[in-house]
Structure formats: structure tokens, C-alpha cells
Write a protein that binds this ligand. Structure first.
Ligand SMILES: CN(C)CCSCc1cc(N)cc2c(=O)[nH]c(N)nc12
Length: 373
């Protein structure tokens, strides 16, 4: 690991692991869920509220911040931590995924990607070298290699060509990142759903050498079954002593299945984004607060949850504020969903440490089957 970074495995239970990533800005308890703060804010949340949910690290996005307010402006203002008032660790994605999913008029070459900003239509270029520069200007603690997230589905040839491009970009990312004590660089495995390609990608990344390794190219429409099929072998190809990050995942049962298969870190917009649409995650499954059945219900969202929404408000109130389009609705449902996700992670960390993960997983699924939420 880079100087100032270390990953200590505390316990394992089957393939599931729990540990701590120590960084100069604080420790990250694993398995960890990272709330997404795309445009330098976790939407509808103050940073201290994000911390209160139990988050040790949050995620930023190179693509969004390079367009607005620009990485140079954030650097001039003291870096992303100061800018957004979050002094704990920040991981930033490298921009390739967002460019391909958000921008227009894209042109991908060996050098990198040119594209038209979705904000104001201006033209931009992002390369491995530029991505490393942007993430350095932002001051992020964990930097992601510039990669191409192979679209799904892909033929074996398409996936192979895409993965090999990402491996060449991984080398260029490593060379451009240089030696930055206190900052980590993570490689991203590609290879779609093809085992031999996942192996080739893992070998290429290990020969370059990274502080952590992400499983990329999943949660791109392949579905949970196929994602788990890949996760049944792909994490094992990565160095056992380094953190493993599954990008863009996921629903609660995706997260449990990924931790069961050896994943240490995940991120997803689902708890925050869906909270704003009324979708609520509970220990008994998912409900949508806008449904009329909640309008007279005095109960909290989740009897076992200690978040401000569950401690102080009824479903009836949350239904009302949703219908009335009151701002507090986004605040309370986002807070609850992020708090639920962090409780899920804490439950798994405790179960792995106690050697009771199988029982914890059985209880997790049994409660959701009971319904009556
Ligand atoms: C807010 N988050 C969705 C952004 C961070 S995770 C984005 C993201 C999601 C998925 N599913 C795959 C990939 C991938 O293969 N490569 C990169 N760089 N990012 C990815």
C-alpha cells in the first residue's frame, strides 16, 4: 500500500472479510458502503448528517467536477475536502464511466475520450493523464484508474478489446499518478462476464501494482444472477491483502451477496436517489411512501431503525410531506436510507467478526420474506 495507507484484515468468515483501511484522513471500516456525493454534495444531506449515518468515506466524481466548478477552481479553494466540508476520506471515480453514460458526441481513441459537456455543450478531453491530474487537484484520497467500463452485453471480441484498452490506460494512470504518499491508486478489473478475460485483466493489474483493486464492468445491466456468477471467481483473482471495491453496487441483497463473495467496498446512488422518489429500504423489504396506504399509519418506517426519520416521524407524516413535495421529505428519506445501508454494513462487519455471517444472512433474507412492511 502507498505510504500512509494500510489495510488490516480483522476476520474472515467463508469468503466474507472484515477489516480496516487506515488513511491519513481517517479509518474506513470494511465491508464499507460509500455514499455518493457526485457534485460535491450528498444530495439533501449535510456532511455531518452523512457522518451521523455511519459513513467513513464518500464518493466524488471526476466527470461532474471537471465540468462544474472545475478541478482547478476547487484546488484554488483548498481542495474538495475543504470545499464540501468533509474532512474524512474521499474516493473519486476517474470519469470514463460517467463520460460514456452522461455526455454527448463522444469520441473514444487510444489517447482517451473527447466529449460534449451535458452541462453547457462545451468540448472536453479526458485521458488517463488528465484524469490523474483532476483527481490530484481535487485532493481525493483514493484515486481510480481511468478505464473504459465495457458495455453489457458485449461479444468476447468487444470485451477483450475494451479490457486490453483499459489495461493500457491503467499503466498510463499508474505512470501519471506517480508517488503520492497518503494517497492511494486503485486499478479496475474488466473482462465483462468472460472468466479468462477477468484473469488476464487481474494479472495485468497485479503486474502494474496498485493499492487496491476494483471489480469494474458489473452492475451494467447483466442482472444479479450473472453478477454473482462473475463474483463467484473474480474477486479471488485479486490480491487477498488489498481492498476489493465493487463499483456501482447496489440493492441491499446485491451488497450482501457481494460481501459474501469477498468484496470490501461498494458505492451506489440507489439509497440517496431512490429516497428522493419515495422509495424506502427497511429490514422487511422496500416500500414506497407515496402509496396511499401510508396516509394514516402512525408507525415509523422501520421499528428497528434509530435514524431521525424513524425516531421522530410517522409514515403518515412522511407520506404527507412527499405528496406536498416538501423539501424535508428528501432530507428524511435520504437520511433513513443511508442510515439503513450503514446499519446493514455494521451488521455484516459484526457477523463476520463473530463467525456468524451465514446465520446473519439467513435472518436478513427471512425478515424480508415476512412482508407486511
Ligand atoms: C456514483 N457511482 C455510480 C460512480 C462510481 S462507480 C461508477 C461505475 C459503475 C460501474 N457499474 C462500473 C464502473 C466501471 O467499470 N468503471 C468505473 N470507472 N466506474 C464504474
Amino acid at each position: 500500500m502507498a505510504t500512509g495507507f494500510s489495510f488490516e484484515l480483522k476476520a474472515t468468515d467463508g469468503k466474507a472479510r472484515t477489516g480496516v483501511i487506515s488513511t491519513p484522513r481517517g479509518d474506513i471500516r470494511t465491508p464499507a458502503f460509500m455514499p455518493v456525493g457526485t457534485a460535491a454534495t450528498v444530495k439533501a444531506m449535510l456532511p455531518e448528517s452523512v457522518r451521523a449515518t455511519g459513513a467513513d468515506i464518500l464518493l466524488g466524481n471526476t466527470y461532474h467536477l471537471m465540468l462544474r466548478p472545475t478541478a482547478e477552481r476547487i484546488d484554488r479553494l483548498g481542495g474538495l475536502h475543504k470545499f464540501m466540508n468533509w474532512e474524512r476520506p474521499i474516493l473519486t471515480d476517474s470519469g470514463g464511466f460517467q463520460v460514456m453514460s452522461l455526455s454527448g458526441l463522444r469520441k473514444l481513441t487510444e489517447k482517451g475520450v473527447t466529449f460534449k459537456s451535458h452541462v453547457d455543450g462545451s468540448r472536453h478531453e479526458i485521458t488517463p493523464e488528465r484524469s490523474m491530474e483532476i483527481q490530484r487537484l481535487l485532493g481525493s484520497d483514493i484515486v481510480m484508474c481511468f478505464d473504459e467500463c465495457t458495455p453489457f452485453p458485449a461479444t468476447e471480441e468487444q470485451a477483450l478489446e475494451s479490457m486490453r484498452l483499459s489495461m493500457r490506460w491503467a499503466q498510463r494512470s499508474r505512470d501519471a499518478f506517480g508517488d503520492r504518499p497518503g494517497h492511494a491508486l486503485f486499478g479496475i478489473q474488466q473482462g465483462s462476464t468472460f472468466r479468462e478475460q477477468r484473469e488476464e485483466s487481474a494479472e495485468a493489474l497485479k503486474s502494474i501494482g496498485f493499492d487496491g483493486y476494483a471489480v469494474g464492468g458489473l452492475a451494467v445491466g447483466e442482472g444479479q444472477e450473472m453478477m454473482f456468477d462473475v463474483l463467484d471467481y473474480a474477486p479471488d483473482m485479486l490480491p487477498v491483502e488489498k481492498p476489493r471495491y465493487l463499483m456501482g453496487v447496489g440493492k441491499p441483497d446485491d451488497i450482501v451477496g457481494a460481501v459474501k463473495r469477498g468484496i470490501d467496498m461498494m458505492d451506489c446512488v440507489l439509497p440517496s436517489r431512490s429516497g428522493r422518489t419515495g422509495q424506502v429500504f427497511t429490514r422487511r423489504g422496500v416500500l414506497n411512501i407515496k402509496n396511499a396506504r401510508h396516509q394514516d399509519d402512525p408507525r415509523p418506517l422501520d421499528e428497528e431503525c434509530s435514524c431521525p426519520a424513524c425516531r421522530n416521524y410517522s409514515r403518515a407524516y412522511l407520506h404527507h410531506t412527499f405528496r406536498a413535495k416538501e423539501i424535508i421529505q428528501s432530507m428524511l428519506l435520504t437520511w433513513h436510507n443511508l442510515h439503513y445501508y450503514q446499519d446493514l454494513m455494521q451488521g455484516m462487519r459484526d457477523a463476520i467478526a463473530a463467525g456468524t455471517f451465514a446465520q446473519w444472512e439467513a435472518d436478513f433474507h427471512a425478515k424480508r420474506a415476512e412482508g407486511d412492511i
